[in-house]
Design a protein around this ligand. Structure first.
Ligand SMILES: Cc1cc2nc3c(=O)[nH]c(=O)nc-3n(C[C@H](O)[C@H](O)[C@H](O)COP(=O)(O)O)c2cc1C
Ligand code: SF4
Ligand code: FES
Length: 612
């Protein structure tokens, strides 16, 4: 293929970043020395071999971003040369992800969350102060005929999965990425300007979790998440041992009998999914753990991965044994560096102890800051090195998923249930909860509750019970609304606290549990402002591939802005009718769940809460 490469050479730093990932180039075709021996053997390094490296495109771009702070034309060019990808194609990928920059960017960037929880917890005041003291978001200053890029800068960010410790931020700096809790506006600005390890911006130390006796949270905060011996001493790997004894068919039988439903939002029966993949003759089979967790208000998977990473590795090994998967990927959002490090350590130690290896092994792939990449088919494209755009279904992932092979995709929390199902049996698991919603569930409580955090409870508790577990709304505050299921979920009223938090209970109440989000808003919150943020989120995160979603999310936000500013086209009633029509179009005609649910929270706020 003629790649139409640019006539630019990478800097030493860029070359080193890419070579550290890909190894040194073996031939002149890959940017190495001319006249090497392999250059004479084109068949050895022909099109197919190089095309098979395409899946390394995102990791290579991430390596450039991490080392250099941005992806220059020469850096991109070198990646393209190494991977045999046309620059125009790679450009499309590099510009898809929010954590990658194709313009010079400060080496330290603070991504300040201004999403649906943080903006009620002081984030907007911090941003206002940053604008005044540090300067506008990602500002570049002219310096003579050059552009001066400051050492530190900041950006607004969607939800970072740290809503329990809001206001939150993600510090992106070479070799020092971290999720942080912001403590005050002056302190945040001062730490960003100083360029030193910030006093005001600290790693979260005090984590609060609800019922830590449940099977999912039982080790969190009690068992050292970095030590395989501690994990083993707490019963770790007993389930994998048993799974290997009883064999794939028996495992799938137990999971089917447990009636475990996926916890990623779509509530699909896990046993049915596993059975479908196990029966596929095509090989290899892949297993993907969906750890992209970007639904605003959701942070349960982060807590599981940071607090009990070995359990996820064990669960994946069991899933792979049951479904015949040779290779597993954990697709984790790029803003979770601590969870990534803990999982990598758990994988390495598990491999060293023989729990992973030839028959099945796991690789971590980091997302690039794109909510849509949590959609299962978008993950396939992202891992394969393409823009993270969802695919049409059918074919379904169980038939033709990653690399067009049968693929199991499961959420972190779904998988976390597997060891106890294998050990205790599916029938015993199915006795917990209700007939249609079995087991325990993690709920992410945040916003105006006394003790935000992750709470585990058997299915069947009422919404009011969960709010009480989290200490209720702070004294002196009055509950105004509750958001269930995240930005793609539904607002409910304070007089709906009797709603049972089960799949069937939520369905009957025309609500959704989604990814277990419960955000409480007191009456100081301007709900119109929250709706505008939700609309901006979907407009920004739409991959733009299909018209109803690409255009609809923009029209939706515009109409809400007109209403908020009092400059309606023909009155609020007419604007609401337009919103309803656009919302219906998105629900009916969008390819994937993003477009299909982009109006649901806004619709419920208008028609259920009476906002607007
Ligand atoms: C826009 C969008 C984002 C999604 N994000 C996630 C996510 O971050 N984590 C997740 O587990 N599922 C997410 N899903 C759902 C997945 O597509 C898929 O249903 C899920 O990973 C299947 O696993 P489960 O059966 O264990 O729930 C998302 C879906 C959509 C439409
Ligand atoms: S619905 Fe939206 S996010 Fe989903 S494929 Fe279409 S444009 Fe992309
Ligand atoms: S971390 Fe800010 S809203 Fe979730």
């Amino acid at each position: 293929m003629d790649l139409k490469l640019h006539d630019t050479n990478p800097t030493e730093e860029e070359r080193a970043a890419v070579d550290a990932l890909l190894g040194n180039p073996e031939s002149a075709w890959e940017g190495g020395e001319r006249g090497s021996r392999v250059d004479a053997h084109v068949a050895m390094h022909g099109g197919r071999t190089t095309r098979e490296k395409r899946h390394l495109l995102l990791p290579a771009l991430q390596a450039l971003q991490a080392r250099v702070g941005w992806i220059s034309e020469s850096g991109l060019n070198y990646v393209c040369l190494r991977l045999n990808v046309p620059p125009a194609d790679a450009w499309g990928v590099a510009t898809f992800y929010a954590l990658l920059s194709t313009t010079p960017r400060a080496k330290r960037v603070l991504h300040v969350c201004d999403d649906i929880v943080c903006r009620c917890k002081g984030a907007l005041e911090i941003i206002d102060h940053l604008e005044k003291t540090v300067g506008p978001a990602l500002a570049h200053e002219p310096a003579g005929d050059h552009v001066h890029v400051p050492e530190s800068s900041w950006l607004r960010s969607p939800c970072l999965g740290l809503c329990d410790q809001a206001p939150a931020a993600f510090l992106q700096a070479a070799g020092a990425e971290s999720l942080v809790t912001l403590r005050g506006r002056e302190a945040t600005a001062a730490s960003l300007l100083s360029g030193h390890a910030p006093e005001s911006v600290t790693q979260p130390q005090t984590l609060r979790y609800g019922d830590v006796t449940g099977p999912l949270l039982k080790r969190i905060g009690r068992v050292d998440p970095t030590d395989i011996n501690a994990y083993r001493a707490s019963g770790g790997f007993d389930a994998l041992r048993k799974a290997r004894e009883i064999g794939p068919e028996a495992i799938i039988k137990e999971v089917t009998e447990s009636r475990l439903m996926g916890r990623g939002g779509a509530a699909f029966p896990t046993g049915r999914k596993w059975d479908a993949v196990a029966k596929q003759p095509a090989r290899p089979h892949y297993l993907i753990c969906n750890a992209d967790e970007s639904e605003p208000g959701t942070f349960k998977d982060r807590v599981l991965m940071e607090g009990d990473p070995f359990a996820l590795v064990e669960a994946m090994a069991i899933a792979a044994h049951a479904t015949g998967c040779e290779r597993g990927y954990i697709y984790i959002r790029g803003e979770y560096p601590l969870a990534t490090a803990r999982l990598q350590n758990a994988i390495d130690q598990s491999r060293a102890h023989g729990h992973l290896g030839d028959a099945f092994d796991i690789e971590i792939r980091r997302g690039g800051g794109a909510y849509i990449c949590g959609e299962e088919t978008a993950i396939f494209n992202s891992i394969e090195g393409y823009r993270g755009e969802p695919r049409n279904k059918p074919p379904f992932p169980v038939q033709a998923g990653l690399f067009q092979r049968p693929t199991v995709v499961n959420n972190v929390e779904t998988l976390a249930n597997i060891p106890s199902i294998v050990l205790g049996g599916g029938a015993a698991y199915a006795k917990i909860g209700t007939e249609q919603s079995t087991g325990t569930r993690l709920f992410c409580l945040s916003g105006h509750v006394v003790n935000p955090g992750v709470y585990e409870t058997p299915f069947g508790k009422k919404l009011g019970d969960l709010l009480e577990m989290a200490g209720g709304v702070p004294r002196g505050s009055k509950l105004q609304a509750i958001l269930l299921g995240g930005a793609a979920g539904v607002f409910v009223k304070p007089d709906e606290l009797d709603m049972p938090l089960t799949f069937e209970g939520a369905r009957a109440a025309k609500a959704t549990l989604g990814s277990g989000v419960i955000v409480a808003y007191d009456d100081t919150v301007d709900m119109k402002d929250i709706l505008l943020r939700i609309a901006a989120f979907f407009r920004d995160e739409s991959c733009g591939q299909c018209v109803p979603c690409r255009v609809g999310t923009v029209r939706q936000e515009e109409a809400l802005h007109r209403i908020a500013s009092g400059k309606t086209l023909g009155g609020v009633k007419k604007e609401v009718a337009l919103l309803d029509e656009v919302g219906l179009g998105m629900k009916d005609a969008s390819i994937c769940g993003l477009g299909q649910t982009a109006y649901s929270a806004i619709e419920s706020a208008i028609h259920r809460l009476g906002v607007l």
